[in-house]
Design a protein around this ligand. Structure first.
Ligand code: NG1
Ligand code: MG
Length: 514
């Protein structure tokens, strides 16, 4: 992760050349019409799909995502004053003027309560500015204040669909702000490090999977993203298969709003796994560093401590499959032994307070004050099972890839089965699926998918299917007839083509010179 962010001089690099050239030309034209000047460059960042390992990145277990071809691009031109004007080719996002702070110490205000698209943009601005001030990279320090610019965004990543449109947007915004302010090179590692916290500024306690995937994606390679001992993203090819493997992504067209204070809440998962980790630490007398997003221990932290402190084993670097698999299996037994029947369907705040050995006030301050969460019971047992089991599935997937014998059918069946059991967990243990998503998965499995699962945060959004080029037509027509035409009878051909996306692993974020 040390190379520079690639600069794409020739947009023919993209796989769908015609479509991309037309698209860039039309955004360029719209930019000149709107702002009366020509853009100087484009920043772009792709969406991502996660193949396996869900809701475990913020627990610091490794995940297997890939960047995809749909992306967010932004045409940019610097201005002389210090105002940023952002506009979008999609009329539902209004044009917004953002006056920039005049002094280095001034804050850029962000609305956490009901963030608009401009607030997401400001997240990119905040992290870009912080990076430039701390590293001295770029010419912000000499100038003292950020430079204004015009930006016209154009996105093909569906919003609220679990394909990380938000991460792609924040990264494209960050790259634009860096470049306008004189940063001509930044390592992928640094760009990842600064953008993983972008959405914390709009009140989302996300992990680092999406930004890692969007930035480190490479053509035809999936990524092993790890968080310990430090954030890393290793691109690799799934073993060559014949028939050709493809990932089909189908959008359930049910959108999730993760920051709402509904029980189907992303932040609540973050809180539940933090409490789960502290309960294990208490129960087993472990001394664990606090390193989660909300300043508590993580399920990965207590996992490592359990084996090193309690059983005296060597530390695990997080990638050794043969060490990780038996340890995760053991941890699942530990969880089984910790909770009796009455605690498995959720516990009250009183019980959780007792199990963490805290008083009520400290409990609330520690877990419930960072992000808005609403719940009737805390699902500690199920979330712990989910996290350790899905982390196990990631390693099992790597093992299947490592042990590839040349039998493609067997490979697809084995990986597919892991994706299917991950989906079951998502539904039963993490409660992050929906009836529609389950229906799509079942339908797909009967029609040419080797494995199907909700990808990303869930609560709606997209399903990723493992299939082959050969089986694609059957799968697409089954989904079209038995899902889209059934539930969305008025769906247009264009909407349908956006709802079903076939993607191979694609290239990560970059600046496009024009
Ligand atoms: P989505 O909802 O797909 O952007 C979210 C988190 C990830 C990860 C997944 C679940 C954000 C920006 N990202 O992804 O970090 O936790 O859910 O695996 O919220
Ligand atoms: Mg998102």
């Amino acid at each position: 992760m040390t190379s520079n962010v690639p600069t794409v001089h020739d947009i023919a690099f993209y796989s769908n050349v015609e479509k991309q050239e037309t698209r860039y030309a039309s955004v360029k034209h719209a930019f000149s019409e709107k702002f009366g000047v020509s853009p100087e460059f484009f920043s772009r960042a792709p969406g991502r799909v996660n193949l396996i390992g869900e809701h475990i990145d913020y627990c610091h277990f490794s995940v297997l995502p890939m960047a995809i071809e749909v992306d967010v691009i932004a045409a940019i031109a610097a201005r002389k004053d210090n105002i940023i004007t952002i506009a979008n080719t999609d009329g539902k996002f209004g044009t917004v003027e953002i006056p920039l702070p005049q002094h280095l110490g001034d804050e850029i205000p962000i609305n956490k309560d009901s963030p608009t698209w401009a607030d997401y943009f400001k997240c990119g601005l905040v992290v870009a500015r912080k990076y430039m001030l701390e590293s001295g990279n770029g010419n912000l320090c000499e100038r003292g204040s950020l430079k204004g610019f015009f930006a016209l965004f154009d996105g093909t990543v569906p919003t609220g669909g679990g394909l990380s449109s938000s991460a792609a947007f924040c990264i494209a915004a960050t790259l634009a702000a860096l470049r306008v302010n004189g940063v001509t090179a930044i390592s992928k590692a640094d760009l990842t490090k600064i953008t993983v916290v972008c959405e914390h500024y709009v009140g989302l306690s996300n992990g680092g999977m999406d930004q890692s995937a969007s930035i480190n994606g490479e053509d035809l390679k999936v990524l092993l993203v790890s968080f310990k001992p430090e954030l890393s993203a290793v691109p690799f090819k799934l073993p060559a298969t014949d028939p050709e493997t493809v990932f089909l992504i189908s959008n359930s067209l049910v959108t999730a709003n993760k920051t709402e204070t509904a029980p189907q809440n992303y932040n609540l998962r973050v809180v539940e796994v933090a409490i789960a980790a502290d309960i294990i630490a208490q129960k087993h007398g472990l001394n664990v560093a606090k390193d989660s997003n909300i300043g508590t221990t993580t399920l990965r932290g207590v996992f490592d401590a359990y084996f090193t402190q309690k059983l005296g084993m060597d530390p695990w670097d997080g990638t050794d499959i043969d060490i990780g698999i038996p340890r995760l299996e053991k941890m699942l037994n530990v969880i089984e032994e910790m909770y009796d029947e009455s605690e498995r369907d959720g516990i009250s705040v009183e019980t959780a307070t007792r199990l963490t050995n805290l008083d009520r006030e400290t409990f609330e301050k520690t877990y419930l004050s960072h992000f808005p969460v609403k719940f009737s019971k805390l699902n500690i047992y199920r979330r712990s099972r989910h996290v350790y089991s899905d982390s196990l599935r990631v390693l099992q997937t790597l093992r299947v890839a490592r042990n590839f014998s040349g039998d493609s059918e067997a490979f697809l069946r084995e990986v597919g089965a892991l994706m299917d059991s991950s989906q079951q967990l998502t539904r039963d243990m993490n409660h992050a699926s929906t009836a529609q998503c389950d229906e799509i998965c079942a339908l797909a499995r009967k029609n040419g998918s080797f494995g199907s699962r909700v990808t990303g945060a869930g609560f709606g959004g997209c399903i990723v299917h493992l299939t082959t080029v050969e089986k694609l037509p059957q799968l697409v027509s089954a989904l079209t007839e038995n899902y889209y035409e059934k539930y969305f009878p008025r769906i247009s051909a264009e909407e349908l083509s956006e709802a079903i996306v076939v993607s191979k692993p694609a290239m990560g974020a970059c600046i496009v010179q024009i």
